[in-house]
Ligand binder design. Structure first.
Ligand SMILES: Cc1ncc(COP(=O)(O)O)c(C=O)c1O
Length: 385
């Protein structure tokens, strides 16, 4: 670590992110690319990651909340640089601000179509919307039984000029389990939703359903646009899909801390709250100044891995709010020595997937939950060539 004064930092390698975008685009060469940057780009930092993805050929940016979408525009990512789709709306919008900022709004039901149409009328502008079909995920999206009503209402709003339906889209439930029967069933349901809408007269510019696992494993899901999130950050959607290297992807985030203390302790010494670890013999302990207050999962207590002085160690006892302890087995690294919690894995350090396994969760959650107390340090910001 160059900046030894930093307690902990998340290094974000934007060259890796750009290379990941290019690798993903190569898998879906005929589709446009939407960089999914919700939740602060899965913890990596929304603006630098959105900009890097656009440099590497993304033409769309996807967010969950309108606040995220508006922040992209406010930061200067204009309509000429990126189309922005935002998909998690609640009554009240903010529809007017979104229309004014050229943000495309996902519509999953009649209430949203009514609200966005009213806002467009009041502004005297055309709102660009994308109709979302629930093809089987059972989360957001319009049920097949309600699709005809939504399509008819969208056609009416198009006829009066308050709305333009720019896209029709959906989302898979189990694309991270290749071969899962729901995948083909959802693709078929998507085809039916598209067929109905197009026969009724809608002419969407983009049809899309592919998240990372579908982009990586399912060419027939690519349609006009792919929407990868996690793979862009170099993390595999699931062990069943494969490891990042299988797809030429490289993890973008490295979480590295500086040891805050190294000390000798005798055998039988309890370690951390609850004394769930007791030293089996005389040993040295290292204090890693990162805890659940920084987004580390407390569930990984006793299991979370960390690379110290070239050796893999394990969180000894409980992970506390700000710190945890590793048993260094008599080694005496200096205070300030690097402790790498996760990274790409090619220096022997653990990966976010290893932490996910240790905590009984998914790697998405590991990177996304790294908190605001951890500074992001961007490297390779300038696109080469
Ligand atoms: C609607 C939608 N599209 C795309 C994505 C990207 O998914 P992934 O990170 O699995 O690529 C998400 C993330 O959950 C999403 O909610």
């Amino acid at each position: 670590m160059n900046e030894t004064s930093l307690r902990v930092r998340a290094e974000i390698d934007l060259a890796a992110l750009r290379a990941n975008v290019r690798a993903l685009r190569a898998r879906a060469p005929r589709a446009e690319f939407m960089a999914v940057v919700k939740a602060d780009a899965y913890g990596h930092g929304m603006l630098p990651c959105a900009r890097a993805a656009l440099q590497a050929g993304a033409s769309w940016v996807g967010t969950a909340t309108p606040e995220e979408a508006l922040a992209l525009r406010a930061a200067g990512i204009g309509p000429e640089q990126a189309r922005v789709l935002c998909w998690l709306w609640t009554p009240g919008g903010p529809w007017r601000e979104a229309i004014e900022a050229d943000i495309e709004a996902s519509v999953s039901g009649m209430w949203a179509l009514r609200e966005v149409t009213a806002a467009a009328r009041a502004l005297g502008r055309t709102a660009r919307v994308q109709l979302k079909a629930d093809t089987g995920l059972g989360r957001n999206g319009c049920q097949p039984a309600d699709w005809a009503e939504l399509v008819e209402a969208a056609l009416k709003a198009e006829a009066e000029g308050s709305v333009k339906v720019t896209g029709i889209w959906s989302h898979y439930a189990c694309a991270d389990e290749p071969g899962h029967p729901s995948i083909a069933a959802q693709t078929a349901a998507f085809e039916r939703a598209l067929g109905y809408a197009e026969t009724a007269g809608l002419r969407p510019e983009v049809r899309h359903i592919a998240n990372s696992p579908a982009t990586l494993t399912l060419a027939e899901s690519h349609y006009d646009l792919v929407r990868p999130g996690i793979a862009m950050y170099g993390v595999s959607p699931s062990p069943e899909v494969g490891v990042p290297e299988d797809f030429g992807l490289r993890p973008v985030m490295t979480l590295e801390a500086s040891l805050a203390l190294v000390k000798h302790v005798p055998a039988g010494h309890g370690v951390s709250y609850g004394h769930h670890f007791v030293t089996p013999g005389d040993t040295t302990l290292g204090l890693v100044p990162v805890g659940y207050g920084d987004g580390l999962p407390r569930h990984a207590s006793g299991r979370g891995p960390v690379l110290v002085g070239g050796k893999l160690r394990t969180a000894a006892g409980r992970i506390a709010m700000d710190q945890f302890v590793v048993d260094l087995g008599g080694d005496e690294p200096r205070v300030g020595e690097s402790a790498v919690l996760f990274g790409p894995g090619d220096r022997g350090e653990p990966t976010a997937e290893d932490w996910a396994r240790a905590a009984g969760t998914i790697a998405y959650e590991i990177v996304t939950r790294i908190g605001s107390r951890v500074p992001r340090v961007y490297v390779n910001e300038r696109a080469e060539g």
